[in-house]
Design a protein around this ligand. Structure first.
Ligand code: P6P
Length: 338
């Protein structure tokens, strides 16, 4: 009889970690569990998507002007319902909503946290059965009372209380941090429990993957063009040429690079100087995880987590991975900007 070693569930782990914060009252613990619960339901729908009529589009566009997929809308509604019902969150910023979704509840004290999320990132890949993900970031509210406001959400990433992502792939994983390292939990679908499978995740050394959509090459800044050539040079001592890997799904690309070692680049271009990725609910949470895993995240000139957001859906160029890889991109970008 093979006995599996002690299994640590996500709930047990969060509660264990809560004890390390003397003033914690369990609110963040409950909020993280609310996110995990919604993720399980979204996971179930994604896995069934190919069988029922939930693929495809709903014939509308979101704030981004992107065609909304039925699963996008379902995931958004699921997370909003779970967070509103959980009572620990007083407002949400979502890629699927133009404005802040504010909770006002005259019956009980409102939550002390706000959440910025991309409920289903990479959804254009759903029909191709490519891994997609949910990205979330959690701040303590800065306003005193009433429903949460935009002011509570427009905080720099350095203020994050927690952040993470769920990757719906060959297995479904929840990866998160509350500022004391990164831990990954794999969903056991037979019992619907997230189990600790990747304790203390850190970018491995050496690393030799670079991830970028080279189809945009002619529109990249000169420093990025030089970095791509640097990746392709033959220098075994620095593990080059690197391997190019790009899925086109941020969570999947980042998660692979965190596990195997590599840098993800989504530069600004001449057409879109701020790139494509959203600061609040894509760059910041992934940057938080990257730093907690010993890496770095930059817009090419500034630490992502130090950027003061001005609008909910603002974009940022995004470079993230092992520190020495991001340093090289910054060096070339800054050399070519003078
Ligand atoms: P491109 C998915 O649509 C997404 O927002 C991210 O998940 C992904 O990293 C990026 O866009 C891919 O963009 O322009 O390479 O297709």
């Amino acid at each position: 009889m093979v006995h599996r070693s002690k299994i640590t569930t996500l709930t047990e782990f969060i509660i264990q970690r809560q004890s390390e914060y003397p003033h914690a009252k369990g609110a963040l613990t409950r909020l993280l569990n609310d996110i995990a619960t919604a993720a399980k339901i979204v996971n179930r729908e994604i896995n069934a998507a190919g069988l029922v009529d939930i693929l495809g589009t709903i014939g509308k566009e979101n704030i981004q002007g992107e065609t909304q997929k039925k699963l996008d809308v379902f995931a958004n509604e699921m997370f909003i319902t779970a967070l509103k019902g959980g009572g620990e969150c007083c407002a949400i910023a979502s890629e699927e909503n133009e404005k802040v979704v504010s909770f006002s509840n005259e019956f009980s004290e409102l939550g002390k946290y706000v959440v910025a999320m991309d409920p289903l990132d990479g959804s254009s890949n759903i029909e191709a059965n490519v891994s997609i993900g949910t990205i979330f970031s959690i701040y303590r509210r800065v306003t005193e009372a009433g429903g949460g406001t935009q002011q509570d959400l427009l905080q720099p990433g350095v203020n994050l209380a927690a952040a993470g992502y769920i990757i719906y792939g060959s297995s479904t994983m929840l990866v998160y941090s509350t500022g004391k390292g990164v831990n990954g939990f794999t969903l056991d679908p037979s019992v619907g429990i997230f189990c600790l499978s990747h304790p203390d995740m850190r970018f491995p050394e050496p690393a030799n993957i670079y991830s970028i959509n080279e189809g945009n090459y002619i529109h990249f800044p000169e420093g990025v063009k030089q970095y791509i050539k640097y990746c392709q040079e033959n220098d075994p001592e620095t593990f080059r040429p690197y391997t190019s890997r790009y899925i086109g799904s941020l969570v999947a690309d980042f998660h692979r690079n965190l596990i195997k070692g590599g840098i993800f680049l989504y530069p600004g271009t001449t057409k879109n100087p701020n790139g494509k990725l959203r600061l609040l609910y894509e760059c910041n949470p992934i940057a938080y995880i990257a730093e907690q895993a010993g890496g770095k995240a930059s817009n090419g000139f500034k630490r992502i987590l130090n950027i003061d957001p001005e609008t909910l859906h603002q974009r940022s160029p995004f470079y993230t991975g092992p520190k020495w890889m991001v340093d090289k991109v910054e060096e070339l970008l800054q050399q070519n900007s003078e």
